[in-house]
Design a protein around this ligand. Structure first.
Ligand SMILES: [Zn+2]
Ligand SMILES: [Zn+2]
Ligand SMILES: [Zn+2]
Length: 476
């Protein structure tokens, strides 16, 4: 007697084979394979699932051997793109008739082009799957029954995502919605959303700048906005917001800023383009005096920053909410302790210790007691790691874990993070190194920074600068 656990006559594996087909018994996988791959039947020339053998052993359809058709679509009998008891087209028609019904049993007049467009796709099963996703289902449903306008403004309310973008493009392609520059529209939406997260007066100013400067130029150009332009503009808005926040923190205003202020701000920043444009616009609009934002200095001669400028930059990085905690910590380790990014990303969780109510960290061979401000930031980062880790099965040993489980953040990723925020890591670190070598004994310097005593000694030039806020380094 046959058992369930048997051999498949088709693929010859020892698996349950419960289908009496192909002149024997076949397994689930082989059954699905047949269903998925209908072909022209040599007996009747129709596209059919060929699951039976004729007298000479050729694969033919059920009808050609006088058997009851078990595969065909329950609505139209087709054997193509089968899904459940239906073919892809019948499933999609049914789904669309239901979803786009305006309440009278017919598809909403204005959504009929969408129905026709989708019914013409190559594999209707993909369209069926896509229609099941949110916010697609709810939005189309709402449009069909008149709860939501059939307009771009309805899509403007949805999350900014690839899915929404695809949805919008599809409605445009199907002639349901008029053609617009999709990225430009998204840029306006993303800007508007970003502006709600910053102080009102800053938001108004940036809004004004975009309204009169950026957007008209984007609208005027011949080619549509690309994803790169989109990202640049959004980053530009963040850069300007960070600058305005800094100004505010310095008790300065746009109307009172002068060249000295600009030079101070740009001592370490490299992403100047957007701010140069913004300040030029602001000067033309009479909001500030005309100032020069110099081009980035040649990398061959990295400018060294003053002690004061570095301390100020450290404060700015600490307060920079646009930069992620990881980015801020990497920047601060470079600014305050001259740590290269490649060393910082190599730090392990057990390089951090808590004692005397503060965090200590081991750079190279020396333990350093972190100042309260950095300590708090690191504490917050550790807390975030603990929360994230509880979702992750693999234990993490890195202070800055990367995307790949078990590996630390790639140095390049860390550098990119800071470069995008306008921080020139190498210049920061060089400046700090020069300053440290003026105040810290060469041996200590080599212990903390991990460079050889000789190199450190060579850098230990004339004394001068002080580093009041970070006395822990000197205590050694
Ligand atoms: Zn099989
Ligand atoms: Zn046939
Ligand atoms: Zn059908």
């Amino acid at each position: 007697m046959a058992t369930w656990a048997d051999r498949c006559d088709n693929c010859h594996r020892d698996v349950i084979s419960r289908y009496q087909l192909l002149g024997g018994r076949i397994c689930n996988a082989c059954y699905s394979g047949l269903r998925r791959n209908p072909a022209r039947c040599p007996g009747c020339a129709e596209i059919r699932v060929l699951a039976y053998l004729d007298k000479v052993g050729a694969r033919v359809c059920a009808a050609c051997v006088g058997r009851i058709d078990r595969f065909g679509c329950k609505d139209c009998g087709s054997h193509q793109q089968l899904t459940g008891s239906q073919c892809g087209s019948c499933r999609l028609s049914e789904r669309l008739a239901d979803l786009l019904d305006d309440g009278t049993g017919t598809v909403h007049m204005r959504l009929r082009p969408l129905r026709d467009y989708l019914l013409a796709v190559k594999d209707p099963r993909n369209a069926v799957r896509w229609l099941k996703r949110e916010p697609i289902t709810a939005t189309l449903r709402g449009m069909a029954v008149g709860q939501l306008p059939i307009a771009h403004t309805t899509l403007d309310e949805l999350p900014l995502s690839m899915r929404t973008r695809y949805f919008r493009r599809l409605l445009i392609s199907a002639n349901v919605l008029p053609e617009i520059d999709v990225f430009l529209n998204e840029l306006e939406l993303a800007l508007a959303r970003f502006l709600t997260t910053i102080p009102v007066e800053h938001a108004r100013l940036i809004q004004r700048y975009h309204q009169w400067h950026t957007l008209p130029r984007l609208r005027k150009q011949a080619k549509p906005v690309t994803t790169g332009m989109f990202a640049n503009r959004l980053r530009g808005a963040r850069t300007i917001a960070a600058f305005l926040t800094w100004l505010h923190g310095q008790h300065l205003q746009l109307s009172t800023l002068d060249q000295a202020v600009i030079d101070r701000y740009f001592a370490a920043a490299s992403s100047r383009d957007e701010l140069r444009q913004f300040l030029a616009w602001a000067a033309r609009a009479g909001l500030c005096t005309k100032v020069e934002v110099s081009r980035v200095r040649s990398a061959a001669h990295p400018a060294t920053m003053s002690d004061e400028a570095l301390a100020e930059l450290a404060e700015r990085v600490l307060a920079d909410v646009v930069l992620s905690p990881v980015g801020r910590l990497l920047a601060l380790f470079a600014i305050v302790y001259a740590q290269p990014i490649r060393s910082s990303v190599d730090l392990r969780l057990n390089d951090v210790e808590q004692s005397e109510g503060r965090l200590w960290i081991r750079f190279a061979t020396t333990r350093v007691r972190l100042p309260t401000s950095i300590s708090e930031l690191l504490e917050a980062h550790l807390e975030q790691l603990r929360t994230r880790q509880s979702y992750h099965p693999l234990a993490n040993e890195w202070l800055f874990p990367g995307i790949v489980p078990g590996q630390h953040l790639a140095a390049g990723t860390g550098i990119g993070l800071l470069t995008r925020a306008g921080l020139r890591v190498r210049a920061l670190r060089t400046s700090r190194l020069v300053l440290l070598s003026q105040t810290v004994p060469a041996r200590v310097l080599s212990d903390v920074i991990g460079i050889s005593t000789q190199t450190a000694h060579a850098r230990s030039v004339a004394s001068g600068g002080t580093w009041r806020d970070y006395p822990e380094l000197r205590r050694n």
